[in-house]
Design a protein around this ligand. Structure first.
Ligand code: QV4
Ligand code: CA
Length: 508
């Protein structure tokens, strides 16, 4: 009995780092700004069948409706209440999505905006996604309710101006967003009630927005109030998966390690550095990726949530800078996402975006505010074309063959060690994952032609980047692995996708 108690206690104490994805599913997709009905359909027709582990959805709570600029994507980061009604759908549609996704083994993680309410500059009124009244001027949010007593004005009556002052970063207003007093049990309870409502519906965990702007102890106090996950889909005693948005590129007062006790943290150095390496800026080379992960100063792998780009830095918000690769840089982007999904470091999140009409002036996209494809403000449905791509302005990176197949690669090699690293001292590299997978990149300005130890059993393998294994044949490149585990690879530097990936399930 004692052993059981110890094991269950251990299970409890590290569970908030575990995403609770079904066995064999190792990545989540951020379906940014998608409608709940479209996410439900995508779970059943694509994410479930293709082995994706879950979906990060946009904030589910009521937010301000901003008309100037017209319905910016970021209005959803200005809460008005914790009612489940947004541009993505209402409570019934949210419940339907969670049930249908869970039923096909795809988890739902909600982007929880709990550091603040709306911007101080908004006019009072009912311009909100559920029609609730709010008055930022006197901190009145009757639909929660919150009053002036529930905000940090008495600690700091201004905006964050000095990121070297930890108290400012937590107690002042981020971009004018009214800062909640999370040391108050009343506020902690209102937030916990909202998150518990979502947990009881069946969500598996949360992205904690602007976690850097909350005291770690206050977050812990909220998390301690949370229910265990819904036993309709999760084992008894499962704790919500927590990943905290903490931008720590170094050089500031706040360190992401302060938040390890609450759950995982977003590792923003990952995408910034990988983009620099793949772009070959500042003398960076892929051969330097041999010690990728903690060797590059990142947080421990079991505390990291990693991504190539996110909804902020793909449009110049937040952190990462010019090196961030996005779907706009498709060829390099596929290499970066492929590398991320093949490498064992961190828990991986794939970005899925919409196109917008970028307009660079003096190096800045003045259209960075543009919201999702819409008809007079109503978000457009996600349409699926005959070739399985998406229409209506949705990019669906997660449906790109190279990315979809690398998500499957990660599932196949799960638990296998990083092995058989090779590089040419420049930008031609390769590595394996035990005896289950192997990947080769050519990012040099000359062709690659070499024989490598793959660690794989002898056989004929389909390259999952240039094609698929269909009806016992390869629609793309075939790779022969000999009895000694060696295989010859040739990759032109002008190839559509200058990388090759093979794994145990792409073997004929
Ligand atoms: C403006 C002025 C303020 C003024 C205020 C008055 O700039 O000086 O006090 O009006 O109301 C939007 C506008 C911003 C405006 C603000 C309203 O862009 O100009 O302030 O609304 O207060 C997103 C966008 C922001 C947007 C915000 C709220 O990125 O541009 O602000 O939503 O709509 C840091 C943080 C990190 C954060 C990142 C962007 O450490 O946590 O900045 N990332 C998360 C989310 C991000 C979101 C927020 C946090 C806020 O990923 O999407 O910001 O919830 O690095
Ligand atoms: Ca705060």
């Amino acid at each position: 009995m004692k052993l059981f108690l110890l094991l269950s206690a251990l299970g409890l104490c590290w569970a908030q780092y575990a995403p609770h994805t079904q066995q064999g599913r190792t990545s989540i997709v951020h379906l940014f700004e998608w409608r709940w009905a479209d996410i439900a359909a995508e779970c059943e027709r694509y994410l479930g069948p293709k082995g994706f582990g879950g979906v990060q959805v946009s904030p589910a709570n009521e937010n301000v409706v901003i008309n100037n600029p017209y319905r910016p994507w970021w209005e959803r980061y200005q809460p008005v209440s914790y009612k489940l009604c947004t541009r993505s759908g209402n409570e019934a549609e949210f419940k339907n999505m969670v049930t249908r996704c869970n039923n096909v083994g795809v988890r739902i993680y909600v982007d929880a905006v709990i550091n603040h309410m709306c911007g101080s500059g908004n006019p009072a009124g009912t311009s909100s996604t559920c029609g609730s009244y709010y008055n930022p001027n006197n901190r009145d949010f009757p639909a929660v309710p919150y009053s002036g007593l529930d905000f940090n004005d008495n600690k700091c009556n201004g905006e964050i101006s000095n990121y070297n002052d930890a108290s400012q970063v937590r107690n002042c207003r981020l971009s004018g967003l009214l800062d909640l007093a999370l040391e108050k049990d009343y506020v902690r309870t209102k937030i916990a009630d909202y998150l518990n409502h979502l947990i009881d519906i069946g969500v598996a965990g949360f992205r904690l927005d602007a976690a850097k702007h909350m005291w770690p102890g206050d977050i812990k106090a909220v998390l301690n109030k949370l229910h265990n996950l819904n036993t309709s889909w999760f084992s008894a005693g499962s704790r919500p998966f927590i990943f905290q948005e903490v931008i720590d590129l170094g050089g500031e007062a706040i360190k992401s390690s302060e938040y390890f006790g609450n759950g995982r943290v977003t590792e923003f150095k990952y995408g910034a550095k990988l983009g620099t390496v793949i772009r070959k800026w500042n003398g960076e080379k892929m051969s330097y990726l041999k010690n990728w992960g903690e060797g590059w100063g990142f947080v421990p792998s079991d505390r990291a949530l990693v991504f190539v780009d996110n909804h902020d830095n793909q449009r110049g918000h937040g952190a990462g800078g010019a090196s961030i690769l996005t779907f706009w840089d498709a060829r390099m982007y596929k290499m970066a996402v492929g590398f991320m999904l093949a490498h064992p470091y961190g828990f991986t999140r794939i970005m899925s975006s919409y196109r917008w009409d970028r307009n660079f002036q003096n190096g800045k996209d003045v259209n960075d505010w543009i919201g999702p494809p819409n008809n007079n403000g109503a978000t457009k449905a996600v349409t699926i074309n005959a070739d399985s791509t998406c229409g209506n302005g949705w990019v669906c990176e997660h449906r790109w063959r190279q990315i979809r197949n690398m998500a499957a690669f990660r599932n196949v090699v799960d638990g296998q060690p990083f092995s058989n690293w090779w590089d040419n001292g420049s930008n031609q590299v390769a590595f394996g994952r035990g005896n289950r997978g192997f990947i080769v990149f050519n990012n040099d300005d000359r062709s690659l032609s070499t024989t490598l130890q793959t660690g794989l059993p002898a056989g004929t393998y389909c390259d999952v980047i240039s094609g698929d294994k269909v009806n016992g044949n390869c629609t793309g490149i075939k790779i022969q692995v000999g009895g000694d585990g060696k295989a010859s690879f040739s990759i032109s530097n002008s190839a559509e996708d200058p990388f090759i990936a093979i794994h145990a399930e792409s073997k004929l």
